[in-house]
Design a protein around this ligand. Structure first.
Ligand SMILES: [Zn+2]
Length: 497
């Protein structure tokens, strides 16, 4: 019988966001301890769901749940918050190890946590964990596609499985990889060796279905089909971390052969270096995007990519609404505007009432002015929904007190807990059917494509004013290590080898 401790501690820290992340932010999204971790995650297509499924199927694993903590991306995680969550993980380990030996640890981490202690939040966490476990205990982790991978993380883990795709539709598969890997190590069948190579490149918001990254990932998957290769992947880094360790990388895991892992990394490092210019995004002007959407027959989706709460932005930017109004756009649904005060006012008034609102535009003077209007309260809901689309299917999302407001041609879902609107349930669970509209505005950069492309093939991305920009070249970086593409030219990067 193997005793395997599992847990999740995720945060994607946007260092441009001035609002620090506290324990209350975790409580608002997900802070689950002990046995409740099992009921929350069993059957979901998340990493923890995959760990539980694989270990329970095996029959000879005793799962030890520790903590499951996930908060919406925002500013730095405070020391107190880190201490509480990491403390629960460490305490569970110490208590259970004292009872009977723990054989391994499987964790779902993000990889882009910046906390009060370190800009390499996960490296810091793993170093503290290793102090308790010693160097040899198998520790296998999953990571986001946007992890800022470091040498420390590679050295402190037995193996890591970063999400391959953007949108991240493979958390569940990477969770299964991690669970299967730790079992193979415990069975004495696998002796993983890893290598990684950092690139001088800030990876922009390009979906992995686009070329040349699509072909590169498919080639990596073919390499990993070899008997002595477990994983070859590309990890993007997190573009909203203005820290010295930010950057993308290639990573490989082989069977007891570090040299081969290094060769695989070098191969894809060279490929990216040669093709650097292809890793730059094209952005449509907002007026053009709105005109295109209005001309298009059928539903168009406009992604307000610079205000994506999934990357730690505030989620209450209004400028795209103003542009749509100026153009006289018809039948527009907006998913979502984060504005707890307005949601509360709608709750107080109740459905069927008309209220005067100053909607959104309050977080910063850079996100557009509030939309001031009389609005009809069409519905109020508790804001809880379960994801039905291909990314994180089955996972609960709590948006807090939520209201559906209509005014003129607009229907807007107003939420109290900010969240990225990558799933269509962000509208549907509130009684708003996307197909009834000509234009849906989503607060998302890329992830929305996984679900929303099921109802529209007309996806437009705009880069509206905000505290940062969708265009990396306009982001006010101060601390990333230069030279780096696209802030510095491809030729300069290539000359460094
Ligand atoms: Zn990500």
């Amino acid at each position: 019988m193997y005793r395997i401790l599992i847990g999740q501690f995720k945060h994607e820290t946007n260092t441009f966001n001035e609002k620090v992340t506290t324990l209350d932010d975790y409580r608002r999204r997900n802070l689950t301890e002990g046995e409740a971790l099992m009921t929350r995650n069993r059957g979901s297509e998340s990493e923890l769901g995959a760990f539980i499924e694989i270990f329970e199927k095996r029959g000879d694993v005793e799962i030890i749940p520790s903590i499951d903590a996930d908060a919406i991306p925002a500013g730095t995680v405070t020391k107190e918050t880190y201490d509480y969550i990491a403390g629960k993980l460490f305490d569970t380990y110490k208590k259970e190890e004292a009872k009977k030996h723990i054989d391994g640890i499987c964790l779902a981490l993000h990889g882009a946590q910046v906390n009060g202690y370190s800009e390499d939040g996960e490296g810091y966490l793993l170093a503290a964990l290793r102090k308790l476990t010693g160097p040899d205990l198998p520790i296998v982790i999953t990571l986001d596609f946007h992890a800022n991978m470091t040498k420390e993380m590679v050295e402190l883990t037995t193996a890591m499985f970063p999400a391959r795709y953007y949108p991240h539709t493979d958390f569940y598969d990477r969770g299964k990889d991690a669970a299967n890997m730790i079992l193979a190590v415990l069975d004495g069948k696998a002796h993983p060796t890893a290598a990684f190579k950092q690139l001088r490149m800030i990876y922009p918001h390009i979906p992995t279905a686009f070329e040349p990254i699509n072909g590169m990932i498919n080639s990596m998957i073919c390499e990993a089909a070899a008997e002595d290769v477990y994983f070859v992947g590309f990890d993007a880094g997190f573009t909203r971390s203005d820290i010295s360790i930010q950057g993308s990388c290639v990573y490989a895991i082989t069977e007891n052969n570090t040299e081969k892992a290094e060769q695989l990394c070098a191969k894809y490092y060279d490929f990216i270096l040669k093709n650097l210019e292809a890793f730059e995004i094209q952005i449509t002007d907002a007026d053009e995007a709105v005109e295109e959407a209005m001309k298009h027959e059928g539903l168009s989706i406009i992604a307000d990519a610079a205000d994506n709460p999934g990357s730690g932005l505030y989620g209450d930017a209004t400028e795209i609404l103003h542009v749509l109004m100026r153009h006289g756009a018809k039948k527009v649904a907006v998913s979502t505007i984060w504005d707890p005060g307005t949601a509360e006012a709608a709750w107080e008034a109740g459905p069927g009432k008309t209220i005067h609102v100053r909607l959104g535009g309050k977080s910063s003077d850079k996100v557009g002015s509030p939309v001031e209007t009389d609005a009809y309260v069409r519905a109020v809901t508790d804001g809880n929904y379960i994801i039905k689309g291909p990314m994180k299917k089955g996972v609960q999302v709590p948006t807090g007190k939520t209201a559906v407001l209509t005014f003129g041609e607009f229907t807007v879902v107003v939420i109290s807990n900010k969240t990225q609107s990558f799933d269509m349930e962000s509208l549907r669970a509130n009684g708003v059917e996307p197909l009834d509209y000509d234009i849906c505005v989503v607060k998302s950069a890329i992830h929305y494509r996984a679900a929303w492309s099921q109802v529209s093939d007309h996806l437009l991305t705009v880069d509206m004013p905000n505290i940062t920009s969708f265009d990396e070249k306009k982001v006010p970086y101060k601390n990333v290590k230069r030279p780096i593409f696209p802030l510095d030219s491809a030729d300069v990067i290539r000359s460094l080898g």
